[in-house]
Design a protein around this ligand. Structure first.
Ligand SMILES: [Cu+2]
Length: 113
């Protein structure tokens, strides 16, 4: 989302210059579904490091093709459900691949341990 200060954020946290505490802690080896909500009027290309995922639903409708990917292009106001197994330990960036958005704070860390 875009905050009143004109910067971008994920889950209300805006990472400018450095990344704050992890957005979430995932248990190594467990499967997860992340529900990504784009609460803005812009498209965002959400990129996850360290893992490949499958898009299983868009706005609640199951997807037809579920290829492995590391980036998903989200439309304005869209909800995208992705799933993956947290099988790679470490601290992994999740960020918008539109670099002006990332630079504006639209990034965070997911910790897998
Ligand atoms: Cu973006």
């Amino acid at each position: 989302m875009m905050t009143g200060r004109g910067v971008w954020s994920i889950n209300g946290a805006s990472a400018i210059g450095h990344v704050h505490e992890p957005l979430m802690h995932l248990k190594l080896g467990r499967p997860y579904v992340l529900a990504l909500h784009n609460d803005t009027a812009w498209h965002h290309a959400i990129h996850l490091h360290g893992h490949s995922f499958r898009v299983i639903a868009r706005n609640g409708t199951p997807t037809r093709f579920r290829e492995w990917q590391d980036t998903v292009l989200m439309e304005s106001r869209e909800r995208v459900d992705i799933t993956f197994v947290a099988d790679n330990p470490g601290s992994w960036m999740i960020h918008c691949h539109m670099l002006e958005h990332q630079e504006g704070g639209m990034m965070g860390v997911i910790r897998v341990a």
